[in-house]
Design a protein around this ligand. Structure first.
Ligand code: NI
Length: 181
C-alpha cells in the first residue's frame, strides 16, 4: 500500500470526466487499497481516483466516526440510480479544496449501483452522511467539485484563493530548486 499525493484546486485534472473501469484487475485492486490508505491518512471520509490523478471511475469512502471500527467501502463504476425528493444539508469539504467548508444541499437518500472488488454488481441505499459523501465523490467522476453547488461569487472567491496559493507554492518550489542545484 502507498499514500498517494492528492491534487488540489485549481489543478485542471480535477475537471476531467473519469473513464469507466473495464476490468477489475490487480492494478485496480492496488489503486483501491492505496486510495483507502490515502483517505485514512488525510484524513477524509471519501476519495475519488481523480483526486490522486487517476481518471478512472473509482471511489472509496468510510463514514465511521472517531473511535468506531473502520468500515472501508469501495465503489467501481458507481452510478446513482435513484435519489430522494427530500433534501439534506451538510457542511462539505474536500481533500482537493483543503480547509474550506460550505453548506451544500443534496438529496437526503440515494441508491447507488456499483461493482465491488470481485466485479459483482451491487446496490446500496444510503442516507445521512454516506448519501452526501457518495454524491460528492460521484460528482468528482464527472469533473465536478462541491464548490460548483455554491453561488458564483463564493466559487470565484475560493478558486481565486487556491490559484494564488498554488502560484505561491510553485514560486517557493523554484527558489528551493535553485538552492538545491
Ligand atoms: Ni472531494
Amino acid at each position: 500500500m502507498a499514500i498517494l499525493p492528492i491534487i488540489r484546486l485549481p489543478d485542471p485534472r480535477l475537471r476531467l470526466v473519469s473513464e469507466p473501469v473495464a476490468r477489475i484487475d490487480g492494478e485496480i485492486l492496488q489503486l483501491l487499497d492505496d486510495m483507502l490508505e490515502t483517505m485514512y491518512e488525510a484524513p477524509g471520509v471519501g476519495l475519488a481516483a481523480i483526486q490522486v490523478a487517476v481518471a478512472k471511475r473509482v471511489i472509496v469512502a468510510d463514514t465511521a466516526r472517531g473511535d468506531e471500527p473502520k468500515t472501508p467501502l469501495v465503489f467501481v463504476n458507481p452510478e446513482i440510480v435513484w435519489a430522494s425528493e427530500e433534501l439534506n444539508v451538510y457542511q462539505e469539504g474536500c481533500l482537493s479544496v483543503p480547509e474550506y467548508y460550505e453548506d451544500v444541499e443534496r438529496p437526503a437518500r440515494v441508491r447507488v449501483r456499483f461493482l465491488d472488488r470481485e466485479a459483482r454488481t451491487q446496490e446500496i441505499e444510503a442516507d445521512g452522511l454516506l448519501a452526501t459523501v457518495l454524491q460528492h465523490e460521484i460528482d468528482h467522476l464527472e469533473g465536478g467539485l462541491f464548490i460548483d453547488h455554491l453561488s458564483r461569487l463564493k466559487r470565484e472567491r475560493v478558486v481565486k484563493k487556491f490559484t494564488k496559493a498554488a502560484r505561491e507554492r510553485s514560486a517557493a518550489a523554484q527558489v528551493q530548486d535553485r538552492v538545491e542545484a
